[in-house]
Design a protein around this ligand. Structure first.
Ligand SMILES: [Zn+2]
Length: 569
């Protein structure tokens, strides 16, 4: 082959077209070419040279020099000379270069699909127009959906699936996501969170051997019906969450005992307790310290004011007289006299520009031992994070100082962390909320900061069940990490013997799902990748401004099939 660019290079290679000529017009290039002098019957594969007639076919091809290219092909109809063949006349096929009825060459279709899959219909329409491959967004969306449907009857064996639910509308409608855990790609999306749908889907995939799922009971039922051959595995992360929820409920029942007696605290220690982590702040440490002091001061002043308002309220003063006496606004006074603790600021619902949006993933990775900022950044970028490194570093800084607790998905780290961020030394006294107490209870000793350890000790003394539950939670953690079924059985006996209602209830739930829980100790699969894809789903959903239909969302979430050569990595 020569190194020079020739006019023949304008044609798609390998289908034996002969260039007739080309011309440039307002719209772009018009390239004329002719088909072969013989062709193969698509039915019986016999070669034919008996031309029946000729016709013109026009196709859109890849642009040249930023200009649109229209291929005008002079093709033939042929007669099949094989007497046994049913097909008397056939059209010339262009192999893989063009699908039989397509209006674009496959290489254009591929670009269209790839751009559409990555950016969505409108954006793709805009980009492709600029790239001289104008296609309407409707067409793009139709192509993506069609590709997704074709991919489902695909080629790959699905052996290990992770199942979880995702929210269409939080608290209202939910769907189901299925992830191929071996390839870490989305296997499918179902429009509802239902056992029936999952069972139906699994029946179509009898090759599935392992199903990991959360504690959501209906998935267990669906999986049993749809794939009786598969081993079900309870997700370890969710098991820990369940245990923590059980602990929290139990502590809520014993709320009375969570009121710790007042202890004198030296407030001088405030700024010392929160060192500036060198790794995550490029700013001047002095400035940082100053800022923290400032925030701490503000917080202390606010706390004093709050205490005054509370005291006046408890002494029987009316709200309006408190307003007059303290100068605090009426709305704030109304709010404060209703709570026993100074409320921390409400954080806004996180967006993909905030690391908090990916808290579930980050928490999980942190718990797995990945504490490297740049690496976590790459990971959440892949999931759709649009913020900068420094906000991630800031987000991680509080975990570096304190500790990442495994928090329920629905609760972003809010109440405790703001204080910690502010560098305030919380006193080891006062009423502790069940949520905070449960977080402290579930935190391993080496990860407790000084004041947290002090609080844990105080809680152990004030509430005997706190101590017992803490020891149970810690051994359960250990069992999940490296346990055997026998150890689990011993643990369950011990938990029942503790006589604590919440623990007994948790064991009863474990018993309902014992096979899957035991599998969780044996199998290394986890629902981590599922969590990641749910984050990606949320990002996509937002990108489509809530206008996305289910089918489109699903099509964009499914990976491009392996057939696409452009997509190969
Ligand atoms: Zn034939």
């Amino acid at each position: 082959m020569s190194n020079e660019l020739s006019a023949q290079d304008l044609l798609p290679p390998e289908i034996g077209l002969t260039l007739l000529g080309f011309e440039k017009s307002e719209q772009g290039w018009l390239v004329r070419a002719e088909g072969r002098t013989r062709s193969e019957c698509p039915s019986c594969r016999t070669q034919s040279t008996a031309r029946h007639s000729r016709y013109w076919r026009q196709l859109q091809d890849l642009p040249v020099q930023g200009k649109r290219v229209a291929l005008q092909l002079r093709l033939s109809r042929w007669r099949c000379r094989n007497r046994e063949c049913e097909q008397a006349i056939f059209r010339e096929r262009l192999g893989e270069v063009v699908a039989p009825w397509a209006r674009r060459t496959s290489r254009v279709e591929e670009v269209l699909l790839l751009v559409g899959h990555r950016t969505g219909g409108r954006a793709a329409e805009f980009l492709l127009k600029r790239l001289a491959m104008a296609v309407s967004d409707d067409t793009i969306l139709r192509r993506i959906k069609r590709r997704a449907r074709a991919a489902m009857h695909g080629e790959q064996r699905l052996r290990v699936v992770g199942v979880d639910d995702w929210a269409w509308k939080k608290g209202q409608t939910y769907g189901t996501i299925l992830v191929d855990l071996e390839r870490r790609t989305v296997a499918d999306l179902l429009p509802q969170r239902s056992a029936d749908q999952l069972a139906e889907w699994l029946k179509q995939h009898p090759e599935v051997e392992v199903i990991t799922r959360d504690r959501f009971g209906l998935y267990a039922g669906g999986a049993r019906r749809g794939a009786p051959q598969a081993r079900q595995v309870a997700d370890r992360f969710h098991l820990l969450l369940n245990l923590r929820e059980a602990v929290e409920k139990e502590l809520a029942r014993q709320r009375r005992r969570l009121a710790l007696p007042p202890v004198e605290q030296e407030d001088q220690s405030v700024t010392k307790t929160v060192p500036v982590p060198a790794s995550c702040s490029r700013a001047n440490p002095e400035v940082q310290t100053h800022k923290r002091q400032l925030v701490a001061e503000r917080w202390r002043a606010k706390k004093e004011l709050f205490a005054r308002v509370r005291a006046l309220h408890l002494s029987g003063r009316s709200a309006s007289s408190i307003v007059r006496a303290t100068g605090v606004g009426r709305r704030r006074v109304d709010k404060w006299i209703r709570c026993t603790q100074l409320p921390t600021r409400n954080e806004m619902e996180p967006k993909p520009t905030s690391p908090r949006f990916f808290a579930a993933h980050l928490q999980r990775r942190w718990a797995e031992g990945c504490h490297e900022g740049p690496r976590l950044l790459t990971e959440i970028r892949a999931l759709g994070y649009r913020g900068c490194y420094s906000s991630l570093a800031k987000f991680l800084a509080r975990w570096r100082d304190h500790e990442p607790e495994l928090k329920p998905k629905s609760r972003p780290p809010a109440s405790v962390s703001l204080r910690q961020q502010a560098g305030v030394h919380p006193t080891v006294s006062g009423q502790i909320s069940p949520l905070v107490a449960a977080a402290l209870l579930s935190k391993p000793r080496p990860l407790l900061t000084g004041w947290q350890a002090a609080k844990v000790e105080a809680l152990k003394k004030a509430c005997p069940d706190f101590a017992r539950m803490r020891s149970l939670v810690m051994s359960f953690r250990g069992i999940l990490q490296s346990g055997k079924a026998a150890t689990l059985a011993r643990w369950m006996k011990k938990a029942v013997a503790s006589g604590i209602y919440g623990m007994k209830r948790f064991v009863r739930k474990l018993n309902h799902d014992l096979a899957a829980v035991k599998n969780a100790l044996r199998e290394s699969w986890s629902n981590g990748p599922v969590e990641g894809h749910i984050n990606r789903l949320k990002t996509l959903k937002r990108q489509m401004y809530g206008r996305a239909g289910f089918e489109l969302l699903r099509a964009r979430l499914l990976p491009m099939s392996r057939g696409s050569s452009l997509h190969r990595k």
